[in-house]
Design a protein around this ligand. Structure first.
Ligand code: NAI
Length: 390
């Protein structure tokens, strides 16, 4: 099969196995070139196949020498259709990690379900024994509740009043005004059910009940705050309510983990191009302006640089530095006053005509393509490849 990108709105419906492997291997190379970290050795990553979860898994194995089990929900190849990028990433990660001598096992299925939790516990027991780090990095538009079978959908909407601002079609470069209607109470609740902390705590409960938590265990989940520009749609919107819930869950989990001398942290990460963030209105325009500013200031990072910095902070041996809410702040460079001021200046008066000059749309598009294994110079996209790899 000759595989080319097929972009529909903010998703790409194809993925390239060789390109996804190149993407994974670049991240592995970055970690191998970074100083190694004495940290976790037995790691479970939930949401391990793309974005921050994949980077965390790579940094755990190649940076800390950890054996890993990854859970994700990806599509295998089928008649005439490529697998999803996360599928290919997982195959590539397992291959490289095993070749380097690490245990790397993966489970593909719905992490929200009791069945996948039980299947994972069995595998953890068999392959890892107890775990000393659990990274929760699931991003999903829906969740079927394991007890009731009811399916909830999350929405990306403002709360209280309509919100209008500029957005960009990253494919065409057209900047336009968008108005989003506020969420209903039910939509807010549903978004919290999908993206809040409940499933994270169900995972910890299941691991504890199965006696799979090691002494000194750490668990991590990822959050975002962001600037005033995205506040109405992000932090003060429906997804922000879910993140408040996730952050509150860290405090509850830390209390529960006291008997293991363990700790639950939320890390507030930088805005980056991932399959999830590209679906949020307004955010891709903000990200393309932010990238330009951060690159100019030599502060630009991707998921893998963030994961490496996170484990460096977590396992430095010193007290883990947090903000007054107990959160680790990996967004400190994004939120620096000089960075935000420059983004704000670029934002005011942004139009289709000046967006390419004020923002880094090229980088945005390349990052987006690379999420699906496209845009790598070392890959010949004219070659016939087998999409069905396991
Ligand atoms: P992503 O879309 O790249 O990754 C999502 C992961 O969740 C994938 O591995 C996917 O297979 C897995 N997943 C989705 N539904 C699942 C299910 N039902 N069962 C098992 N696995 C499932 O997303 P990204 O951006 O890496 O997000 C991860 C976390 O990082 C989220 O909490 C997000 O809010 C947070 N974050 C993201 C930022 C960004 O700019 N992308 C910034 C700061 C935080």
């Amino acid at each position: 099969m000759i595989i080319k990108p097929k972009i529909r709105g903010f998703i790409c419906t194809t993925a390239h196995p060789g390109g996804c492997a190149a993407h994974v291997n670049r991240q592995i190379d970055y970690i191998k070139e970074s100083p190694s970290i004495q940290g976790a050795k037995k790691v479970l990553v939930i949401g391990a196949s793309t974005g921050y979860g994949l980077a965390s898994r790579i940094a755990a194995s190649f940076g800390m020498g950890a054996d890993t089990i990854g859970v994700s929900y990806e599509r295998p190849a089928s008649e005439g259709r490529t697998a999803s990028a996360g599928w290919y990433n997982t195959v590539a990660f397992e291959e490289s990690a095993r070749a380097a001598g690490y245990i790397a096992e993966s489970i593909n299925g719905d992490a929200f379900s009791h069945e996948i939790k039980q299947e994972t516990l069995k595998l953890v027991k068999e392959k890892l024994g107890k775990v000393d780090l659990i990274v929760y990095s699931v991003a999903s538009p829906r969740r079927t509740h394991p007890d009731t079978g009811e399916t909830f959908n999350s929405v990306l909407k403002p709360i209280g009043q309509p919100f209008s601002d500029k957005t960009v079609n990253t494919n065409t470069g057209v900047v336009s005004e968008i108005t989003l209607e506020p969420a209903t109470e039910e939509e807010i609740e549903n978004t919290i059910t999908v993206m809040g902390g409940e499933d994270w705590s169900l995972w910890l409960k299941a691991l504890e009940e199965a006696d799979l938590l090691a002494e000194g265990v750490t668990t991590l989940a990822y959050s975002y705050i962001g600037p005033e520009i995205t506040e109405a749609i992000y932090r003060k919107g429906t997804i922000g309510q879910a993140k408040n819930d996730l952050e509150a869950t860290a405090h509850t989990l830390t209390k529960q983990l006291e008997r293991y001398d363990g700790k639950a942290y939320v890390s507030v990460n930088k805005a980056l191009v991932t399959q999830s963030s590209s679906a949020i209105p307004v955010v891709p325009l903000y990200i393309s302006l932010l990238f330009k500013v951060m690159k100019e200031k030599g502060l630009h990072e991707g998921c893998i640089e963030q994961a490496q910095r996170l484990f460096g902070k977590l396992y430095s041996g010193a007290t883990v530095e947090t903000d007054e809410e107990g959160r680790i702040r990996l967004d400190n460079w994004e939120m620096r006053a000089d960075v935000q001021q420059a983004v704000q200046e670029a934002w005011s008066g942004i139009t289709t005509e000046n967006v390419s000059e004020r923002g880094d749309l090229e980088q945005y598009r390349l990052d987006f393509l690379q999420l699906f294994g496209f845009g790598f110079d070392e890959i010949d996209y004219e070659l016939d490849v087998n999409p069905d790899i396991q």
